[in-house]
Design a protein around this ligand. Structure first.
Ligand SMILES: Nc1nc2c(c(=O)[nH]1)N[C@H]1C(S)=C(S)[C@@H](COP(=O)(O)O)O[C@H]1N2
Ligand SMILES: [Mo]
Length: 313
């Protein structure tokens, strides 16, 4: 029962940690770490049960072994990220952590369906509450000691610092070929070229691009404030949809437009193709997946900003 609670808590805070902005993240991320420590403590205390379980017959044991391997890999990759390992082969340590967690999810659900944990009367006894309380205190203590000793310096989101942004896509979004001479951006009823964007007032923002794969890079971005680009919005506008040449898109509250940059330069140089040339969004305080690259349209819309999948698909 406690193990399911700790796994559920860790999964929920893990997903939330990818969603929350860079400033609010620390509490969720810290709680996620403590949840992970609770899982480790519980698995540790249950090694006997697990060993006995391995005596059962196939295919149960086969699936259990796969699940156990995925769980160990997930925990290992999470710890590896926390002690500062950036890349592990083709992915970041955090990327592996997320991949193993997602692989484990269906196995855990199968286990819950085939061997359901029914609440028992003993679950609500004083002793059970004391055990749960001891677990929380233990997990928080282990997490605190871990951070004070092995934990690498990280941003509030848990991300590790890198010197400059790495060309990164959410899932699979190859860098498009965009001809700079014929590039046009549709923004509210008007079309813009690179030259007309350049003739609007230019602003600079220094802030961190923080990717959910576990890295962040601070840079100085230069370009046009999105609200300057759009001018007065049509009545009834409830969101702005920012669309990439590739089809990737995110929807924003119109109030965010004043803080959002359509950037054409990073650290004094035109954007490289992989980082979103000729123009990409800079959204201070939001995780990287909001920073749409290769922007070709910014359209006011009557749909509310929350009317979108929470994460890009
Ligand atoms: N069109 C498009 N824009 C995108 C993405 C994408 O897949 N497609 N990935 C986002 C994600 S997940 C991140 S972290 C940043 C990465 O920016 P960078 O490549 O400049 O480091 O771009 C965002 N913008
Ligand atoms: Mo990202």
């Amino acid at each position: 029962m406690l193990l399911w609670a700790a796994l559920g808590f860790s999964f929920a805070t893990g997903v939330l940690a990818l969603w929350v902005g860079t400033d609010e993240a620390w509490f969720v991320v810290w709680a996620h770490g403590a949840g992970g420590m609770a899982v480790i403590l519980l698995v540790w205390s249950k090694l006997g049960v697990i060993r006995r379980g391995l005596g059962r017959r196939w295919p149960n044991v086969g699936l259990s072994l796969i699940a156990a391997a995925a769980a160990v890999a997930m925990i290992g990759a999470g710890l590896a990220h926390s002690i500062g390992l950036g890349n592990l082969g083709p992915f970041t340590a955090l990327g592996w952590h997320i991949a193993f967690a997602l692989a484990l999810l269906p196995l855990v659900l199968v286990h819950l369906v085939t061997r359901p944990v029914r609440p028992r009367r003993g679950d609500l006894t004083r002793a059970a509450f004391l055990r749960a309380g001891a677990l929380v205190v233990g997990a928080v203590a282990v997490k605190a000691v871990f951070e004070a000793t092995l934990g690498a310096p990280r941003a509030a989101t848990g991300s590790l610092r890198v010197s400059s942004p790495r060309p990164t896509v959410w899932l699979n979004d190859p860098t498009p070929q965009i001809d700079l001479a014929s590039y046009t951006l549709r923004a509210g009823g008007t079309g813009h070229t690179l030259a007309s964007l350049g003739s609007l007032p230019q602003h600079e923002i220094t802030c961190a691009l923080d990717c959910t794969s576990g890295w962040y890079a601070t840079g100085t971005w230069r370009g046009v404030v999105v609200s300057d680009l759009l001018g007065p919005l049509p009545p009834g506008t409830r969101s702005l949809q920012v669309r990439s040449q590739t089809g990737y898109a995110r929807r924003f509250d119109p109030a965010v437009a004043e803080a959002m940059l359509l950037a054409t330069q990073l650290d004094g140089r035109p954007l490289p193709a992989g980082l979103g040339a000729p123009a990409r969004l800079v959204v201070p305080g939001r995780r990287g997946f909001w920073w749409v690259k290769w922007v070709t349209a910014i359209e006011p819309s009557t749909e509310p900003a929350w009317w979108q999948v929470p994460f890009p698909v």
